[in-house]
Design a protein around this ligand. Structure first.
Ligand code: HEM
Length: 403
């Protein structure tokens, strides 16, 4: 039976504030217990950059064919599931969706993403305070991924709500209730997508669902069921993560590096560096694998079948990889080497899309507004919601300065 690893139980970070800023715990773990065995859950935890990277790269030792996982989304055992497979089988599955995310196909989407960003940002004009999460960070990725798949973006409240439920983290107290809630969301999501897939079989269009209908997999077309599952996976995968990135970009501009906004105003070419540094510095994420054979590669005896969690956000602040790692610095030479999009065979397929969305959103915003400021009395803990790997901003009101 599948089982979900409860990350908060391992970290013992209880308060919202600690979960939002887990960085001193990460530092302590890197320094004192970089390879930590949690006996209660029978899970190894690694915090150093080199170790996390090895876990992600080395599928012979650390496999994705796992029964237990951090991933709170109910699992499907379809032959097309990307997450729970290893190469060489994984390569075929990945090829199914990889075409949609090549740089060339993305370039054709750039003008559409720009148009959506323009529209969302134009709606902010004339306002003095906007909630940047609700007005930009949530709608942009949802509208974009709906467009890419060919699902009506007017229905976005629906699939955003289902995705949110699917990603809700489990906690011991709410486990059974969440199992039920998630099963219901899965069913409703399915019932929504199924007729869309059937319709596209009759009338294919220029979108990812129609592409999936056209491809052959293992010498036969994908079933409706499989197309629904892949589409649902993409609708969900592209949402919460990109929302977190865009929200955190604004948080970093105002809290981690005040003054950077004016630097961007005078040189927009610094926007991509800013996005990369936010991905390195402030992006809560952890990935898991199953130990595939007994090993002591990290100096401890890990047994076949045990789980290992790579604490990516801790690895991203490892001083041996990033000098002055605890400082937010867009000018560091190697900030693209963060592990936030993973590494190795499962490297995030949506990374070019997420980067493009964040770059377009920030560039468009910076061109429009002379400055931004925190609102008086802003307390981050009042604006957080529990997310799969910690806390994320559910709202973030900011002051807009027009001239
Ligand atoms: C895989 C992070 C946005 C689709 C991954 C993985 C990470 C990740 C860490 C690797 C998982 C593992 O090794 O087990 C992120 C972050 C994002 C983001 C931080 C935004 C800031 C997106 C978007 C899409 C997407 C926009 C597509 C719509 C995927 C897919 C995989 C994946 C399909 C599976 C790849 C595979 O297993 O081969 N993502 N992701 N992601 N991501 Fe993303």
């Amino acid at each position: 039976m599948d089982e979900t690893i409860l990350l908060h139980e391992i970290s013992k970070l209880k308060s919202k504030q600690e979960q939002w800023e887990p960085f001193s715990w990460y530092k302590e773990m890197r320094e004192k217990q970089p390879v930590y065995y949690d006996a209660e859950q029978d899970v190894w935890n690694v915090f150093l950059y080199d170790h996390a990277k090895r876990v992600l790269f080395d599928h012979h030792l650390f496999s994705n064919r796992k029964e237990r996982s951090l991933i709170p989304v109910p699992r499907n055992n379809s032959r097309t599931n990307l997450n729970f497979s290893d190469p060489p089988e994984h390569r075929k599955r990945r090829a199914l969706v990889a075409k949609a995310f090549t740089p060339r196909s993305l370039q054709t989407w750039a003008p559409r993403i720009q148009a959506i960003a323009d529209e969302l940002i134009a709606e902010m004009e004339g306002q003095t305070i906007v909630d940047i999460v609700q007005k930009l960070a949530i709608p942009l990725p949802v509208i974009v991924i709906a467009d890419l798949l060919g699902v009506p973006s007017k229905d976005r409240q629906l699939f955003k709500a289902w995705s949110d439920i699917l990603f809700l983290p489990y906690a011991a107290e709410t486990y059974d209730h969440l199992i039920e809630q998630k099963a219901r969301a899965m069913k409703e999501f399915h019932e929504y997508l199924h007729p869309i897939v059937q319709e596209k079989r009759k009338n294919p269009a220029d979108d990812i669902i129609s592409d999936l209908i056209r491809v052959d997999y293992e010498d036969e077309p994908l079933t409706d069921e499989e197309v629904v599952m892949i589409s649902r996976g993409l609708l969900a995968a592209g949402n919460e993560t990109t929302t977190t990135l865009i929200s955190n970009v604004f948080y970093s501009l105002l809290v981690d590096c005040p003054g950077l906004y004016q630097e961007l105003r005078s040189d927009l070419s610094l926007v991509p560096r800013t996005i990369e540094e936010v991905l390195r510095f402030r992006f809560p994420i952890a990935m898991d694998r199953k130990v595939a054979q007994d090993t002591d590669v990290f100096g401890h005896k890990m047994k076949k079948g045990q789980m290992v969690v790579a604490w990516i956000a801790a690895a991203n602040r490892d001083e041996s990889q990033f000098a002055r790692a605890e400082q937010f610095d867009i000018h560091r030479a190697n900030n693209q080497q963060h592990l936030t999009f993973g590494a190795g065979p499962h490297f995030c397929l949506g990374a070019p899309l997420a980067r493009m969305e964040a770059n377009i959103a920030l560039t468009t915003f910076v061109k429009k507004f002379a400055d931004i400021q925190l609102v008086d009395g802003f307390e981050v803990t009042e604006h957080l919601v529990e997310s799969a790997t910690g806390q994320s901003l559910k709202s973030f009101p900011i002051h807009l300065v027009t001239q």
